[in-house]
Design a protein around this ligand. Structure first.
Ligand code: ARG
Length: 301
């Protein structure tokens, strides 16, 4: 009997360890997106976007970012343009809703490495993607969780998204002030051909970018939202995917000038190679724990 309960305990620990590695896109505190639509931005409910972080320069919010595993955050390259090599000036804050009052769920981490996409072009804003490796891992809680990433373009296609949202502490109008409470807005993914029409972005949108918003401009990201998530809900998998990273736009909320996002599915390979070092460090620990547990189980038999 004693042996059985011990075995059960060990097996449960094993299952927990292995499954914790691939759980993503869940928000324990908020249900799936409803069908009611919102106008403009609104205050995000507590725990609505547990993968959203605030990237702060000398404690001042500068950009958004998205947790993709406990040691990595995905953000935009243009957030660092004036601060190359100054990683010590930045901090990453997760579990945050109000910038001025972080509260007990906030977790602050520092950056150990800034890995910017080598192909970033500041004229075209192509490849506006940067991976931040953290100096210590986030603890996943109800308020801090990783988002899922599409494996590739085909995966993005078959996920069949029902609802997409943008979120961030960015300004509510062009040249306005940052918001204190995290804002969210439901947006539509806009077909690239349409977004590239002469009366829209006139050919500036490449395959590595994705437009999202409304034709009227009524819902959009703005200054300070950069690096943050464009997240879509997969009805089939019942979880959220990071589909885009907020990159640029012509002012904010202008008709036929929606927000433009770096299209994560096109960077799957880049992400895999650049994440390797950080994830493998975390996984090495897990693998060691798992093998230790396994040998205990085997010894008992
Ligand atoms: N580049 C901006 C930033 O640094 C984001 C702009 C998004 N613009 C838009 N119209 N959606 O925060």
């Amino acid at each position: 009997m004693e042996l059985n309960s011990l075995l059960l305990l060990l097996l449960t620990a094993l299952v927990c360890l292995t499954s914790s590695q691939d759980s993503c896109g869940n928000r324990p505190l908020v249900g799936p997106p409803g069908s009611s639509r919102i106008v403009g931005g609104r205050d995000a409910p507590e725990g609505a976007w547990p993968w959203q972080v605030s990237l702060q320069l000398l404690s001042i919010h500068t950009c958004g970012g998205t947790i993709i595993n406990n040691l990595s955050v995905l953000t935009a390259t243009h957030c660092f343009l004036k601060f190359w090599g100054r990683k010590r000036l930045f901090r990453v804050v997760a579990g945050l809703r109000e910038l001025s009052t972080p509260g007990g769920h906030a977790q602050i981490r520092f950056i150990s490495e800034i890995r910017s996409h080598k192909g970033y072009n500041h004229v075209t804003t192509e490849n506006d993607l940067t991976l931040l490796l953290l100096s210590s891992p986030f603890n996943f809680t109800d308020h801090v969780q990783p988002a899922c990433l599409p494996h590739d373009v085909r995966h993005e296609f078959i996920l069949n998204f029902s609802h997409c949202f943008i979120s961030g502490w960015g300004t509510s109008y062009y040249k306005g002030e940052h918001m204190n409470t995290l804002q969210e807005a439901e947006v539509e993914l806009i077909d690239r051909r349409k977004c590239n029409l002469l009366s829209w972005y006139g050919g500036r949108i490449t395959e590595n970018m994705i437009c999202a918003g409304l034709e009227s401009g009524a819902r959009d990201s703005c200054q300070g939202d950069s690096g943050g998530p464009l997240q879509c809900y997969s009805e089939d998998e019942e979880r959220f995917y990071l589909i885009g990273v907020t990159s640029f736009g012509d002012k904010c909320g202008v008709p036929r000038r929606p927000g433009v996002y770096a299209r994560t599915s096109r960077f799957a390979d880049w992400l895999k190679t650049n994440q390797t070092a950080s994830v493998s460090a975390a996984n090495r620990l897990n693998t060691r724990l798992i093998s230790a547990l396994l040998s205990v189980v085997l010894m008992l038999f």
